[in-house]
Design a protein around this ligand. Structure first.
Ligand code: AKG
Ligand code: FE2
Length: 282
């Protein structure tokens, strides 16, 4: 029986990278402190109460992927001060540096998204997150995105823990489908996180409980020259952004993208200036 490997919250970066290269996913136990996960969960419970389940899109594929009994929302930096601490977690940035910087000068946050699965939800289709940038999602390609699914409440298989196919990141045929026995549930305690690459097959599990909601937070990073999933600055409170650390502002789209040091190429400018210069953020 295939299993997902767990490492301790203080495991060396090399250990995490080694498992990621082999399996495409690794569970880091207690990645967040109890204080941080409690603070974040409290803010998310308040926000979640204002959202209905399911998508308002009239595209049936979007609605299907979203889930009928699943609440999703973003704008997490505006909804919880705890989110910034998670966004800047050194383990996540260490992994993103290692996987993404070979192909870009800097990376963005792709999205910080609550994925709250309600009782009765069916399992989600297995997919690779690199599908967002379809032509980049190929066996001979390179990493374009890296994600972490945080358990904000305990992840058990009954409540809809993410299902993963370890090793699918190295398959030579990305159209191949896994056998049932190759799919494992990322069971983990609240505060733990499953780090996985855009090349690993995964999907939300079914929630077969009759009253428990699974609070998961997906946080991902993407090459700085690709369009992120979340239009982060458009959903932000611009005054609050001034109070964020410089690194968080950069990850959330409040700086332009520099291809390489010493190169004049810049993307995502305002008046052809860097964003912070044009908007007076510094
Ligand atoms: O909620 C989950 O466990 C995973 C969801 C997912 O992979 C996605 O929506 O891209
Ligand atoms: Fe996904």
């Amino acid at each position: 029986m295939t299993e997902l490997q767990h490492v301790a919250g203080d495991a060396p970066l090399e250990d995490i990278l080694e498992v990621l290269a082999r399996d495409g996913a690794v569970i880091v136990d207690q990645l967040l402190t109890q204080e941080l996960v409690d603070r974040f969960r409290g803010d998310m419970e308040i926000a979640a109460a204002t959202f209905a389940s399911g998508s308002r899109s009239d595209n049936p594929d979007v609605a299907h992927f979203w889930g009928n009994t699943t609440k999703r929302f973003t704008r997490l930096a505006a909804r919880s001060s705890a989110f910034t601490d998670i966004l800047l977690h050194p383990t996540l940035l260490g992994v993103a540096d290692a996987l993404l910087l070979p192909a870009c000068g800097d990376y963005w946050m792709n999205t910080g998204q609550m994925m709250i699965i309600g009782p009765g939800e069916k399992e989600q289709v297995l997919h690779r997150d690199a599908d967002n940038w379809r032509t980049m999602n190929r066996p001979d390609g390179f990493e374009v995105t890296v994600s972490c699914m945080f358990a904000i409440t305990d992840f058990t298989s009954d409540v809809g823990a993410t299902r993963v196919v370890p090793g699918s990141n190295t398959w030579s045929d990305f159209s191949a489908r896994p056998a049932r026995a190759d799919i494992v549930a990322a069971e983990m305690a609240a505060g733990s996180g499953m780090i996985y690459t855009g090349r690993a097959l995964h999907g939300a599990g079914a929630n077969i409980t009759d009253h428990q909601w699974r609070f998961g937070m997906h946080l991902s990073y993407v090459l700085g020259w690709l369009t992120p999933e979340e239009a982060s600055p458009l959903g932000a409170d611009w005054d609050a952004v001034r109070e964020l650390p410089e690194r968080a502002q950069r990850l959330l789209g409040w700086r332009c993208y520099n291809a390489t040091a010493g190169d004049s190429t810049r993307l995502w400018t305002v008046d052809y200036e860097d964003v912070d210069v044009a908007l007076g953020l510094r």
